[in-house]
Design a binder for this molecule. Sequence first.
Ligand code: 8YV
Length: 336
Amino acid sequence: MKPSILVARAVFPDLVERLRAWFEVDDNPEDHILDRPQLIQRLQGKAGVITTGSERIDAQVLDACPELRAVCNMAVGYNNLDVPACTARGVLCSNTPDVLTETTADFGFALMMATARRITEAEHFLRRGEWTRWAYDMFIGADVHRATLAVLGMGRIGQAIARRGRFGFGMQVIYHNRSRLPADTEAELGARYVDKPTLLREADHLVIVVPYSAESHHLIGAQELAQMKPTATLTNIARGGIVDDVALASALRERRIAAAGLDVFEGEPRVHPDLLAVPNVVLTPHIASATVATRRAMFTLASDNLVAALGCGPDAGRPPTPLNPEVLSRMRPGLT
Ligand code: 8YV
């Protein structure tokens, strides 16, 4: 008998179809967002699940779904998964690193440029029919080329953004990270490691790419914003909650920083009304990885992890990107 799995959200139907070679697939083509009781109910009798950021898997869900053995997230960030709780119960978790790095870096750079050059603000003005004449200071913004690019979180995506800044735009790259990069990587990127106050003080364009955790909650709040130049921009493509949205909105309103570009929000898909009320912010609905090729690659990688984790396919027992590989030798027993 094939194991049963759940694909929690609507995704490319042809890729879901491929999973039917290995599994009885319960999918969600209508894309209903499953609340916690619905998720628990749909996971009954399921050996695996493909989640996105909208499904939270924690101790309560795991205990209510004793047959669940593998949770494969279609995202590189995995703050929706309680990995220690999964590990304690012998449940394998995986994410989708690498396949989205360049696409997400493209978007981060585009959002930073749109922010610096006030592109959406200018478009809204034009659409409202307010463009009647030229003015020397109309939507005057800040240069990106040769400016100081400050990267907070120098992982794979941070490094890909740094490369774009350095080699495409001649930017000075500074960064802050929990751990310093090896000297040869710093040299290749032309990136200078600085402490957080220096990063904030020197940034012309601050780009945030740190993972969300209890430690990174409100890493950027009123105090940090106060250290930035009034001409600086802030771009967040990481997770909501890393920036204090209320503090950011008041810094933008009072022009204590010039502008912000946000793809992620505290409590998304709701956006704080204070942010909606300020003009100098570019807002996008968490789409940094949204290209056809990358979203397909993310789902394919999540599927490969699930197939292998549940002992199927040519790589049975060897999922490509596990988060807790120590579980592989002691996974929860399957249905007999
Ligand atoms: C996803 C993301 O689209 O990979 C991540 O961490 O934030 C996005 O690429 C989103 O989380 C849906 O799972």
